[in-house]
Ligand binder design. Sequence first.
Ligand SMILES: [Zn+2]
Length: 132
Amino acid sequence: MPKKRKNRGRHKGDKGKEPMVYCDNCGKLVPRSKAVRVTVPYSPVPADLARELEKQGAIVPRYYVTKTYCINCAIYLGILKVRAEDERKRKVTITRAPVRREGTTIPPVTKPAQSQLPPPTQPGSQEAQTKS
Ligand SMILES: [Zn+2]
């Protein structure tokens, strides 16, 4: 029987049964090997405000949140893409989840430049900045 994908859309192998997980976006129940898991940085501070604060030397906390999506939601959110027949056979590694905004196109996946990271700050100067 011809296969659409080499791994049949899963990474279960010949394991048999496996637990089901819920999609974090729509709540659908999907097998764990079929679900798409992405770890995205999350900050309680808005991005533009965080940039301003880091410029002044404050350390803005960044938490990593792991999300589980079904295939429909992963494609809708731009984590996975519909691929051509010959491209479908190779394995893809999910590096990050692009942010989807209304009315904008999703930019291509690029690694953040090292120069964008804020320089290390001294603990003494940080306290003075946060008080003001
Ligand atoms: Zn879903």
